[in-house]
Every structure is written in C-alpha cells, then in structure tokens.
Design a protein around this ligand. Structure first.
Ligand SMILES: [Zn+2]
Ligand SMILES: [Zn+2]
Length: 266
C-alpha cells in the first residue's frame, strides 16, 4: 500500500504544496485508488494536480467522520465529475454546529446519494483485499470515553454530539496491521483495539492520522503510555495533535513528521 498526504495542516520547507487545517490521504492498494477524507476545501485537488496524481482513477471515497475539515472537499470532487463510491457511517452527513457556526458536511446525504453510489454502514466495509474501513468504533479502553464536541441534528432535534460516525481504515499486512485515522474522536486506542479485533492481528506496525490530542492532561499521558505498552512500532501524528501532545508522545516512543506530499510505503 502506498499512502500520499494530499492535505494536512503541515507543509515541508521548499515544497510548495498548500496546507490547511484538514486531512486527505490518497491510498494506492493493488488496483484500487482510495481517497480517505477530502479536506476542507479544494486544496487536495490542487496538491494532487501538482503531484501528477490523477484523481479520475479513484475507486472509492471513504470518510473518517462528518466534520467539515474532512468532508468539505467532496463538493469540489463532485464538480470534477466524480460519480463513484462513497463509504460513510449513517451519521456522517447530519447537520452539526458549535459556537463558531456550522461544522458538519456542507452536502447532505440526499445530495450525495443523488450523485454517488453511497454505502452507509455501521459495520466494517472492505475497500480492497487487505484494506478495511472500520465503521462504528466501540468504546473498550477505560480512559477513552467519547467526549461531546458541539451539537448534531438527529431526528429533528439538536443534541450533544459524541461523533459516533468517527472511524478509521486498517491495512492488513502479513506481520501486522497499519491504522489510518482521521481525527480519532472515538479514541485512538479504542480504534486500534477494534482494528485488532476485526482483523485478528495484534501486532501494530504503525498509525498515521489525527489523534485528537490537544491538551496536556491525564488522558494524553495515558494514551502515550498505552501506545508504548501495546508495542505500536511507528507513529505518525498529524492534523489534530498539538505540539504539547507530540512532545508527550515522543517521550514514550519515536514519532515521525507528517506533511503534505509525504509518501508512505506500507
Ligand atoms: Zn472532527
Ligand atoms: Zn479534523
């Protein structure tokens, strides 16, 4: 599997790609071409063009969750003529808001289903022989309770949003698994545990993505310790991992830098 970072908050010096506080990965696995999230704007299209990646060859778009820094780019992809598969949890395209305004997907489920082949699932969906979209993540790690962020419009009423749509991808290799996350609102350790359960493989070769670790608190220290104790071999924190959190993680294990244009062979 080859993963290319099309959108992230970070850019490398001397590489003139565009950054934005959002996430989009392009994944090549056997004959499949998967887009994991679409960032906030059309930045992923501009970066892909500069990298000479032809997004007309995409076989599916899989979403980590519905926040607009992950779903905002879909409208721009549809404008290029994309009419293929979209894989998402049933809550992904619900309206969401917080004190800053709307933070959910700019497109509704109806708008997407009318143009694309939408697979709406809580259960895992296989994207290729060895690549799996995980679906709804159960809470199994004691210190990783789902925390509400903003509000969501469900069945006509606004309620606290615990982001049940938040999920990830897992790539199976002979010697273990590699986990690819969006924002990890479900908890990065909960996600890894579920990926292990679904694949039956315990060895974690690596994890890339946003871990939603921002504050210096107990949960951060417990997460860093858990990742070390569970033998995660390589860690690529990006997007929603603050500098303080990266420093805390780096005290437990080596971490790698992520930026737009980074390519990873897994
Ligand atoms: Zn989010
Ligand atoms: Zn995010």
């Amino acid at each position: 599997m080859k993963l290319t970072v099309l959108t992230d908050n970070n850019t490398y010096i001397d590489q003139y790609y565009l950054g934005e506080p959002a996430l989009c990965f392009y994944i090549e696995e056997e004959d499949r071409r998967i887009l994991f999230d679409t960032g906030y704007s059309d930045v992923f299209l501009k970066n892909a063009a500069k990298m000479r990646i032809d997004l007309r060859e995409i076989s599916a778009v899989a979403f980590s969750h519905g926040h607009n820094d992950h779903t905002g780019g879909l409208a721009h992809l549809l404008n290029t003529g994309y009419r293929g598969k979209v894989v998402a949890h049933p809550d992904t395209f619900l309206r969401r808001g917080d004190e800053t305004g709307e933070i959910g997907s700019p497109l509704s489920e109806e708008e997407i289903a009318g143009k694309c082949e939408l697979t709406s699932s809580r259960e895992p969906v296989r994207l290729s022989k060895d690549l799996l979209w995980l679906g709804e993540i159960p809470e199994t790690v004691a210190f990783e309770k789902r925390l509400p962020i903003g509000r969501v419009l469900k069945d006509g009423s606004w309620e606290e949003d615990r982001i049940f749509d938040d999920t990830a991808l897992v790539c199976e290799r002979e010697n273990g698994i590699f986990v690819i996350t969006g924002c990890s609102h479900s908890g990065i350790c909960n996600i890894i545990e579920y990926a292990r359960k679904i694949t039956g493989k315990q060895n974690v070769l690596g994890v890339i993505g946003g871990f939603h670790l921002l504050k210096e608190d107990d949960r951060l220290l417990q997460t860093a310790k858990w990742l070390k104790d569970n033998g995660v071999l390589s860690l690529y924190p990006c997007h929603c991992v603050s500098l303080a959190a990266r420093i805390a993680l780096a005290k437990e294990m080596p971490i790698r830098e992520v930026a737009v244009g980074m390519k990873l062979d897994i």
